[in-house]
Each structure stands twice: as C-alpha cells, then as structure tokens.
Write a new protein. Structure first.
Length: 366
C-alpha cells in the first residue's frame, strides 16, 4: 500500500516538473455540446443556401424579368448591368459564390413587389409572424398538455376519449376551412372577436417599437391597445395552433403514461404526497423532455405553415409576403423567406436541445 502511495505521489509531482506537458483542462460538457452544435448549424445553413440556390435556378423563370419586369428587361443595357451586378453572366459555381458572399453581407436582393431590399422586408414582416406562431404554440401547449395529462391519468375514461376526439379533429381538419368557420362564427355571427388584422384602425400607433405589438403595448403601458391586440390575436393563433394540438396531446399522453410507471413516481405516491404535487413535481417534470422536443418541431412547422392563416385573417406577416412573392414570381423574396424559415427552424431546435439537457441531466453528450 505504501509503495502505491509513493508511486502516486511521484506521478503527481512529475506533472509539475519543469518541461512537463500541462494538463489540458476539459471544458464543461454543455459548452462542448454547444460548440459542436454551432459547427453543425453552420454546415446545415450552408447546405440550405446550396439547396435554395439550386431550386431557384431550376425554376423556369428568368430572374432578370422576374426582378426587373418586362419593360426593363427589354433594355439590353439594363439587363447587362443587372447580370453583371449579381454575377448572372458567370458560371453557376461562380454565381453561387457571389450569392453566398451577398448573403454574408446582408444582401438578399431586391423585392420586385415592394421595391425594397428583401432583408428590410423580412425584418418588417417577421415580428407579426413570430407573434402569431408564439401565440399558437402557447395555445397548443396549454390545451394539449392539459388534455394529454388528463387522458393519461384517467386512461379509458371520459378525458381520454375527449383528448382523442380533439386530437383527431385537429389533425384532420383543413386549416383554411377551420379559419373560415371560426371567422364566420365568432365575427359574423357572435360579434365577439375581430376577423382580421393585428390592431383596429382606430387605435393609436406605437412608434419605435419592436414590431411585436403585444410586447410594444406592454412597454408603452397602454392597456387599451394591449386588449385590442390580444383580441385580434386570439382567432388566428387558435386556428393555427389547432393544427399541432393533436400532436402535442398524443405526445403528452404517451409521455405521462411512461413516466407514471416509474419507481420514483410510485415512491412519491407511497409517501402520501398530494396527487397534484405528484403530477406537477414528478410526472410532468419527467415527461417534459419529449413534450419539449415535439414543441420545437411544431414551432418550425407552424412557422412554415402560416401562409393560409395569414391569408384568411389578413395578417400582415411573412405568410402573406411569401404568397404575394410566389404569385408575382419574386424569386429574391421567395429565397429570402425560405432561408429565414429554415434558419429559424435550425435555431429553434438548437435551443430545444439545450433546454432538454437542462431539464433532463440523464441525457448523455455524444
């Protein structure tokens, strides 16, 4: 035993000798995971730009005519200047390098429908869409987690049948039809909620805000505007959230059923804890990981699927902007929206993965 102790001491002392190689300090696992994911995100973003560029060149539309219009495209000097400006007179690989360089400088091109830079349009319309998607996610989580938990705790009972019915309706009902019916019932018949727009025309405008009207009205301390904005948000957010409600209900029910059979849940019940405490502190906490994962997937799907809801409810967001861009063959705007939605989806899933690790420390960093 003494010999082993002396050998260990000699080895420890040798590491501090002059010329000995210093030990490399290991990073925190969360930091290492974050750095790896950031590198992967950069590769994914590069892949998205390649796919977007290739699809834009496959479409049988002349970008000169699409961006300049037929009258300007009839002028050879204008066409030559435009092609030289965006490298359209170069080989395809050179065009992609120019396109990527423009993106890195924040140049997404000019929008034909608005006459402004696409990046400025994205920054102007994105807050409305993000506010709508956040409202839809909040609605889906509140209703979906509640129904899914009740269905799992009372398996085979009335809450379980109700959850399955709501899940089936949410998945199978076309979102545009649900939006028209909701607008007809709550606006045309009951006169309870407005049918379109983000705020009433009679309300004073909040200048210098973030573009998120709910947040801007709170920061401005104006409850009248806040109430009006929330009234306009209820219908489109509920209709949009209904498309992912069934998914969250099913995942919540499955996760709660799996967690309810764990030993620590049975131990908590055996200690005589109140049922509400067992559900909140043990069951839902254990089931939070899968629910969080499906929420991130749903967020990306909602962000990409706002076109129909924004069109039905006249919501001035990226959905309407993308619809008009597709109608007018505005390639720069279409590519800009595609990149924005794709990158947002990547970032949201990255944040979800980090939160998953914080919630469940059992997750291994591989």
């Amino acid at each position: 035993m003494l010999g082993k102790t002396e050998a260990a001491g000699s080895a420890a002392g040798a590491s501090h000798l002059p010329g000995a190689a210093p030990r490399r300090r290991r990073r925190h696992p969360l930091i290492e995971y974050t750095l790896r994911r950031l590198g992967l995100m950069a590769l994914l973003a590069l892949g998205i730009t390649i796919i977007t560029f290739v699809l834009a060149n496959i479409i049988p539309i002349d970008p000169v005519v699409a961006n300049l219009g037929e009258r300007a495209a009839a002028n050879p000097e204008v066409v030559a200047a435009y092609r030289a400006r965006y490298g359209l007179d170069q080989p395809l690989i050179v065009q992609y390098v120019i396109y990527l360089g423009n993106l890195l400088r924040g140049d997404f091109g000019m929008s034909q429908q608005t006459g402004r830079p696409v990046l400025a349009d994205l920054l102007a319309f994105a807050p409305a869409t993000l506010e709508l998607v956040i409202g839809a996610i909040v609605f889906s989580l509140l209703v979906g987690v509640t129904l899914g938990t009740a269905a799992a705790l009372r398996r085979g009972g009335a809450p379980d049948h109700a959850a399955r019915f709501v899940s089936l309706i949410g998945v199978s009902t076309p979102i545009f039809w649900l939006g028209i019916v909701a607008s007809y019932v709550f606006f045309a018949q009951l006169h309870l909620l407005p049918s379109g727009g983000r705020v009433s025309p009679t309300m004073p405008r909040i200048s210098g805000g973030t573009g998120f009207l709910v947040l801007d009205s709170i920061l401005a301390g104006n409850p009248a505007i806040l109430g009006d904005v929330l009234q306009h948000l209820v219908l489109p957010a509920t209709v949009l959230g209904a498309s992912t409600l069934g998914l969250i209900v099913r995942f919540t029910r499955t996760s709660v059923l799996e967690v309810s059979g764990n030993d620590y849940v049975r131990s908590a019940k055996a200690k005589g804890l109140a049922p509400r405490s067992v559900v909140g502190r043990y069951i839902l906490r254990g089931a939070a990981g899968p629910i969080l994962t499906v929420t991130g997937v749903a967020f990306g799907g909602l962000l990409a699927g706002t076109v129909l809801v924004e069109t039905v409810f006249n919501w001035p967001g990226l959905g309407q902007y993308a619809f008009r861009a597709a109608s007018t063959a505005d390639l720069s705007a279409i590519m800009g929206v595609t990149l924005f939605v794709s990158l947002s989806y990547i970032i949201i899933n990255f944040i979800v993965d980090l939160l998953y690790m914080v919630i469940d420390p059992r997750v291994r960093l591989t």
